[in-house]
Design a protein. Structure first.
Length: 338
């Protein structure tokens, strides 16, 4: 199969490059970040490194949406939640009825937006315990080696899955396996998505708030206790909403602690990368989404409500300490209040 990645940031580049290099697949990249596109074209590829080592140039084909005329079998979508509407509109003329989409973005809300352009039975969701950092335009770092990667995938509309969709899912699974992404096919779509949101609600939010790596968080004596509190509240909110998450409270805590302390200790979350570049973070789609689920079902998520506002305060504070980013940070804080 031929793939095309929408969003040539850290995760999009990692999936596409690994599919090229290890699975031998034909991959195109579509991006709207002008500096990134032009830098990749100027240097004839993207620089990638693994855990800050072995930086090398990988030739890739990159396009703006308006100039792309390819016809991939599978789109891979990795964007920020706040970017998705605009980028999908720019890509709207590229989607064909026979194509499929896979996305493992952080937070929740993206599948319904993608379904406006693609048959819902042709959408596969995923969650990835796979780290990536953007050093700058055309320069990406992957964190955690082949043995540290793990991901789940599931049909977005399991009840509408037909023979063709099931065969495509198996082929994507084989390609992701060859690309060292270590996929597992699961059957509980919302349970899969919520489990990853809970994961991100701890590591992404707390490490961003204090501008530290995963491993540095685990050095704190209270790290496990803090993890247990956020996980417990999130699982209770999910239960109130009638959702069964993959795994238990205990297994989720163990996954978070293992990922932070052993599998990806050098990783800065993408939310941190947004904060330190003066961009709005995705906290409203993570801790804020958990709090929203709770509110809608009569349960107040005091910790996740507080964490959401505290992260927005961190955005505002970063703008105060870094005046060059003040306008973006203040706009983000105002949007959060509204």
């Amino acid at each position: 199969m031929k793939y095309a990645v929408i969003g040539a940031g850290g995760m999009g580049v990692q999936y596409g490059v690994l599919l090229q290099e290890f699975a031998g697949k034909d991959v195109d990249f579509i991006d709207t970040w002008q500096e990134n596109v032009e830098q990749i074209r100027a240097q004839h590829g993207v620089y990638v490194s693994q855990d800050e080592q072995d930086r090398h140039l990988v030739p890739i084909h990159i396009y703006y949406p308006e100039e792309y005329d390819g016809d991939p079998d599978v789109w891979i979508v990795f964007l920020k939640q706040m970017q998705l509407d605009e980028v999908l509109k720019r890509c709207s003329g590229l989607f064909r009825s026979h194509q499929y989409v896979f996305s493992a973005m952080n937070g929740y809300g993206h599948f319904e937006k993608i379904a406006q352009y693609v048959d819902p039975s042709h959408i596969f969701g995923g969650t990835a315990l796979i780290g990536a950092e953007v050093y700058g335009p055309g320069d990406m770092n992957f964190t955690g080696g082949a043995d540290a990667k793990a991901m789940n995938m599931c049909a977005y509309r399991e009840e509408n899955s037909d023979k063709d969709s099931a065969e495509v899912e198996q082929e994507i699974f084989r390609d992701f396996t060859a690309a060292t992404l270590n996929p597992t096919i699961v059957s509980n779509f919302m349970g899969m998505c919520m489990a990853k949101i809970v994961f991100n609600s701890v590591l992404n939010t707390l490490c961003t708030m204090y501008q530290i790596r995963f491993g540095e968080f685990m050095r704190h004596p209270g790290a496990r206790w803090m993890t247990e509190q956020l996980v417990d509240e999130a699982y209770t909110a999910a239960e109130q909403a009638g959702l069964t998450l993959l795994g238990t409270r205990e297994s989720e805590v163990e996954t978070i602690c293992h990922t932070a302390g052993i599998a990806h200790p050098l990783h800065y979350p993408s939310m941190y990368q947004d904060l330190t570049k003066g961009r709005p973070t995705e906290v409203d789609y993570i801790n804020g989404y958990i709090a929203k689920i709770g509110r809608e079902h009569g349960y107040e998520c005091r910790l996740h409500e507080f964490a959401t506002q505290e992260l927005h305060l961190a955005e505002l504070a970063f703008g105060i300490h870094h005046p060059e980013f003040a306008r973006t940070a203040q706009a983000s804080a105002l949007a959060a209040r509204n």
